[in-house]
Write a protein of this length. Structure first.
Length: 356
């Protein structure tokens, strides 16, 4: 017959075994750790993403001169823009939007003023800035394999061409021996433009070596006043037809969208022209003289311009301000959710007061 001590010992072993099994089941049953997944997603990013992006979050105009269609959502949602997917449940998006409303409404008077919206826009724009800084650290490491804190133009060129499918070892050898690189015309044109940007990002005294901060200016010109000027010059160069380094309305709306083949395409083109005309006359042309100078375009492009943020706040309020009190109530934001979040809410007013 088993002794009491042996029985208790056996029972304890059984308990520990069952506890271990339950712990294993719990681990495998838990949802994946989101932060860990995000880290893996960042690590999984192609390290060759070293081209300056065409799209800059929180900047009103794209690098190619097109208007940023997501601008209002980017400066209203910040990093949370990814959470408002088109296939998300309207109820969940409504709740998230209500939480954002409460954060913007800092005096808790149940309405958002232009000043409150301005503060929020600046805060969300700064979020995009910080995100760009973090991404830049990763990209800088990719082009600075020796870790000396500086990247030469040749080092960058090697990584860029490798990302385009060229053999990295062969490119390094040819550059070292000053041999001619056989590059197609399109790639060479991109390289020439990148080299111009490289020169601009290289702070005095110029040495063609970029540190991490200069590399950030190279990838994200919105972080540097000097690079912002360079970006403006490039946009005006592309749109300016008479070479006077200024833009008229006709020049600003003449950027081709595409070949119009049917009525649907015609409607798209008409909307595109309408949007550009409105932006030119009401926002970019600050003194309303029918001409946009480099200075006006630079002020317009500067994402950290507080005066612009206030004007933007007023415009955003005007879009949804149905009762014309120059403030936004929760119901108004919910009704015009597609403008603020890119996601349309159905039955926007249902249970608003119960949930908020």
């Amino acid at each position: 017959m088993m002794s009491r001590q042996a029985f208790l010992c056996s029972l304890g072993s059984l308990y520990l075994s069952l506890l271990f099994v339950f712990l294993l089941m719990d681990v495998y049953a838990r949802p994946a750790n989101n932060s860990a997944l995000k880290e893996k997603a960042v690590e999984a990013k192609d390290e060759n993403e070293i081209l300056p992006p065409d799209h800059l979050n929180g900047v009103k105009m794209e690098m190619d001169g097109h208007l940023n269609k997501e601008f209002h959502q980017e400066v209203f949602l910040g990093k949370e823009i990814e959470e408002f997917e088109e296939d998300s449940e309207p109820r969940k998006n409504r709740k998230k939007l209500m939480v954002i409303f409460s954060k913007v409404d800092i005096n808790n008077d149940k309405k958002i003023s232009a000043k409150e919206m301005q503060r929020w826009i600046m805060e969300k724009t700064d979020e995009h800035f910080q995100e760009a800084v973090e991404e830049n650290k990763m990209h800088f490491k990719a082009v600075d394999p020796d870790g000396d804190g500086h990247v030469s133009w040749d080092e960058y060129k090697v990584k860029f061409l490798a990302s385009k499918g060229f053999n990295e070892k062969e490119i390094v050898e040819k550059i070292r021996n000053n041999e001619e690189l056989k590059i197609d015309e399109e790639t060479q044109e991109v390289l020439d433009n990148l080299k111009d940007r490289w020169y601009q990002a290289d702070n005095p005294p110029p040495d063609l070596l970029l540190n991490e901060e200069e590399f950030l200016s190279f990838l994200h010109p919105e972080h540097s006043r000097g690079m912002l000027k360079f970006m403006v010059k490039e946009i005006i160069r592309d749109l300016d037809q008479d070479g006077d380094k200024k833009l008229t309305l006709s020049e600003f709306i003449s950027l081709p969208v595409g070949t119009v083949e049917n009525q649907q395409a015609q409607d798209i083109d008409d909307d595109w022209v309408k949007d550009r005309k409105k932006e030119f006359e009401e926002v970019i042309d600050a003194n309303h003289d029918g001409i946009v100078t480099m200075e006006e375009l630079e002020e317009y492009m500067d994402p950290m311009n507080e005066y612009n943020a206030l004007n933007e706040a007023k415009q955003m309020i005007a879009v949804a301000d149905e009762n014309q009190n120059h403030h936004l109530e929760l119901e108004e934001i919910l009704k015009y959710s597609e403008y603020f979040t890119g996601s349309k809410l159905m039955d926007y007013a249902r249970n608003v007061h119960e949930e908020f």
